[in-house]
Write a protein that binds this ligand. Structure first.
Ligand code: UDX
Length: 440
């Protein structure tokens, strides 16, 4: 089927390319001319494993067209996937400006063309519960726009795994009051029905599934992080605690890794948006707000471990090796990255910070450009030597597990702060290294 995608970011580009992969003909639109220019030159503006190869394949096969002209995008199909950003405003409220701009463009186009062809508007952007209904009542009034079919179709893509997640999603959620909308999306996703469950709901429930899922995953992380502080206090090992808890199928072992807490463009934004939506509906949200608070406190809890180990006077002359600034492994995204926040906290009180970051280096250099005692290693793997007094690990890259343990002995103070609890404490201790994790 012919489908137009509005927004070519982490969600739109992955959605467009993967829908092309299952046989659809895709028209990509974005208002960002730089992005469109890049895409037309067969490049992609994000780092997402496997995406570039698929994008080039379908560009070549002409299954994917790219245009910044909204008219052409609207003309190209009558199925519109809206994948524009809904960034948070200062009070946590999601900014729906881009969503409303696209929606009004669609409405104007339909008004001008008086076409009575059926039009399907698929809301894939993460939107507050009730937004689909609001668009239905405020812009696409049912009595005027009988042929407009609206619905919610949230994505559950993890950055760094987005292509895999799209092609192997456990569930496809379709939320609409229009039977035609539901039928159309079931046709679009039919190649996936063998491995994905199609879950049909009303629009509000679909929107709540997205927020509820992300907020629950964030809750698991803040939960184990809160337990990690008690584990530190009583001398437990939070890894063993998480493993023991995860053996209960009702709890599950995923997303119980204690550490510096979550970053990225989703959990922070979506938990804030959910807390905002609760307050807007005058319902106290105790759990969500504490998930946010615990996550914000976790990096300070870790930072205080450094201040407990070294006095401020000592730190002034220390040179620090810092591993990982991406908000998670295998992505160039540093939005709400805890590593970046930590560097901003520690750089002013140490002599120098040397960073090793394999994927998100460019973005990190820009984000930290104001700090004059920060530099980046140019090597492909982290080089640990006596130029550094101690080390901090902030991103859980598997490659850091391959560092030979004796290399850490070259650190002058032989102290390692493991913000993601991934290094082997016993092996480091055997090599005479002082290991400081979270909850261990
Ligand atoms: C998340 C959801 O997983 C995905 O379903 C949703 O569509 C978008 O948001 P993403 O933000 O890309 O995906 O990354 P994710 O892998 O979920 O990690 C988020 C953050 O949590 C990272 O900073 C990671 O370091 C941290 N994390 C993850 C933990 O601190 N502990 C864990 O156990 C898991």
């Amino acid at each position: 089927m012919r489908i137009t995608i509005f927004g070519t970011g982490y969600v739109g580009l992955v959605t467009g390319v993967c829908l092309a992969e299952i046989g659809h003909s895709i028209h990509l639109h974005d208002i960002d001319q730089a992005k469109i220019k890049l895409l037309k030159s067969k490049k992609i503006p994000i780092y997402e494993p496997g995406l570039l190869k698929l994008f080039k394949k379908h560009l070549k096969a002409k299954n994917v067209q790219i245009d910044s002209d909204p008219y052409k995008a609207l003309q190209a199909s009558s199925i519109y996937f809206i994948c524009v950003g809904t960034p948070q405003l200062s009070n946590g409220k999601p900014n729906l400006k881009y969503l409303l701009d696209v929606s009004n463009n669609i409405k104007d186009y339909i008004d001008q063309n008086r076409s009575n062809r059926k039009t399907f508007i698929v809301l894939k952007s993460t939107i507050p519960p009730g937004t689909t209904k609001e668009l239905q009542t405020k812009i696409f009034k049912e009595d005027t726009y009988k042929n407009i079919h609206l619905g919610s179709n949230p994505e559950f893509l993890r950055e760094g795994n987005a292509v895999y997640d799209f092609m192997n999603s456990e569930r496809i959620v379709i939320g609409s009051d229009s039977a035609e909308f539901i039928r159309t999306l079931q046709r679009i996703y039919s190649p996936f029905t063998k491995k994905s469950k199609i879950h049909v709901t009303d629009p509000q429930s679909s929107e709540l599934i997205k927020y509820g899922s992300n907020a629950f995953l964030a809750t698991k992380i803040s939960f184990i992080n809160e337990i990690s502080k008690l584990s530190d206090k009583v001398g437990g090992n939070i890894d063993l605690v998480a493993q023991g808890m995860g053996m209960d199928a009702r709890i599950g072992s995923e997303f119980l890794n204690a550490g510096l807490g979550y970053g990225g463009s989703c959990f922070p934004k979506d938990t804030q948006a959910l807390a905002y939506t609760f307050s807007k509906n005058k319902i106290p949200s105790k759990i969500i707000q504490s998930v946010i608070d615990i996550n914000n406190e976790q990096k300070i809890y870790f930072f205080n471990k450094i201040l407990d180990r070294f006095s401020k006077k000592e730190l002034k002359s220390k040179s620090l090796l810092f591993l990982g600034t991406a908000f998670k492994p295998h992505t160039d995204d540093i939005r709400e990255s805890v590593g970046i926040s930590l560097i901003n906290m520690i750089s002013p009180i140490v002599k120098r910070v040397t960073i090793f970051e394999p994927i998100a280096k460019e973005n990190s250099i820009n984000a930290l450009s104001k700090l004059n005692n920060v530099r980046f290693q140019k090597t492909r793997t982290p080089s640990i030597n006596k130029n550094y007094d101690f080390m901090i690990l902030a991103t859980e890259y598997p490659m850091f597990l391959k560092i030979p343990y004796q290399n850490f002995k070259k650190l002058k103070d032989k102290v390692v702060f493991d913000g993601r609890n991934i290094l082997n404490k016993d092996k480091l201790k055997k090599n005479g290294i002082e290991y400081i994790g979270i909850g261990k």
